[in-house]
Design a protein around this ligand. Sequence first.
Ligand code: NAP
Length: 499
Amino acid sequence: MGINESGNILHNVATGQRKPRVIVIGTGLSGICMGVRLMSAGYDDLVLLEQADRCGGTWHYNQYPGLRCDVPSHYYQYSFEPSAEWSQRFCGGAEIREYFEGVARKYHVFERIRFNTQVKHAEWTGSEWVVDLEQGGSSEQLRCDILISSCGILVRPKYPDIPGLDTFAGKTIHTARWDHSVDLTGKRAAIIGCGSTGVQMVEPLSKVCSKVISFQRTPQWVLPIPNRKYPELGKRLARRFPIISKTYYVTFRFAMEQMMGRGIIRDGWSRKMVGKICKWNLESVKDEVLRAKLTPNYTAMCKRLVMSSDYYPALQKPNVELVTETIDHVEPRGIVTKDGKLHELDVIALATGYHANEYMLPMTMTGENGVTLDDVWKDGPRGYRTVALPDFPNFFMVMGPHSPVGNFSLTSIAETQSTYIMRFVNLWAERKFETVRPREDATERFNAEMLANMKSTVWTTGCKSWYLDEKGVPGSWPWTATKFRNDLQDPRLQEYEIA
Ligand code: NAP
């Protein structure tokens, strides 16, 4: 691959090769990564479909106060596009979104994005994919040789089923659809939920609101992550020597994979160490009653580990209250808890998470022999090694089912998967096949191995989380990140049906 000094992509499609028509659905960090891979290889017969009016995926949709990424920015960047400009160790959402859009522009992916475009249905005709879309009220069909879904995981906001929520006279906002027209100054605000999102909001809201009430159903273990700003001198050096940014990348990757990655998949020193740090962090809460309310009764990392250094200090501010009494209902004046107390409010922020694991739903898909996505996912999403589905030829997924999404950098995962997918795109270009799809038996074997390994993961140690499906089975990658990279290093072609 290459980009010349004027920023133009140097195409390297060899003579005699054909260029596939490729459609990528979604332009979050996975879709952009896939787009860069394709453009860099010269496959520019490419369309990216995006339902929003901007790219960035979760970093576009999430704009709540306090939003930042709890993965160090140097490890959240693409390894092929190190940045010297990160303002701090854990950057805010807007800065991260700008980074991804900048990469999309640099690699000419941006101008191939069709914004405000909703994919309704994709159908395999036997030789190509036909994609039905809707844009500005009109319908259209596109055709392609290779279809790639990069629709993300935590996309559709989950609204809680609390009686009377729609009767609230103030403003109700889901954190994934923040309404910037609401002025929070001097307001009484509730935050329902204390996952990674709810926790991030307490401190910034405490600075502007007259009162903040955090409604906690289940306490979380919280790992402290002191943030620090990067000085201008450091940035200047990093601009001059890109190796600095790359070194940060590998250092943070090593630290996160050793500490969280290992701790998640089996009991051992790293799981114990994370638990101890979280307990030590909790000790910083001086009030015993408050500390007791904040103490979880499950192992750290069973739920997605919350990382914050300002949550506990903010909870101890005079204008912040933690309510652990169950919410009974909402009435026009505020939230009423089971003990009959009315908490009067102006704003209710719903930090209640997402319908996780819906992947490309609600769009529908029909693969070979009329098999639909609803058919194959009737017992929950499953796939072949996170990237493909039997019965769906020439179809690939970035961040598909079972991707290692817990406390990892998703950019690193997207890079591994998109590189893997590119091997098939190249084979198609070299006329090595017309259609390819994973074998059913190989997919079943992979899923059985995965289930067997789930038992030793921390997710099954006795808590509820979005990692678990309705039957309580986790859907995330139950092995190390190294195994993930190794397994997706080279396609095992014997596990595919190639025509
Ligand atoms: P979440 O982890 O699913 O947490 C949802 C919260 O809402 C939980 O505390 C849950 O309580 C509570 N809740 C849900 N329904 C409720 C109800 N009816 N009544 C009371 N409480 C209710 O969602 P999230 O905080 O948005 O985070 C989702 C994921 O997004 C994270 O796990 C993480 O992967 C990602 N994220 C990442 C970052 C980052 O910095 N990288 C930042 C934000 C989010 P229970 O625990 O009792 O169910």
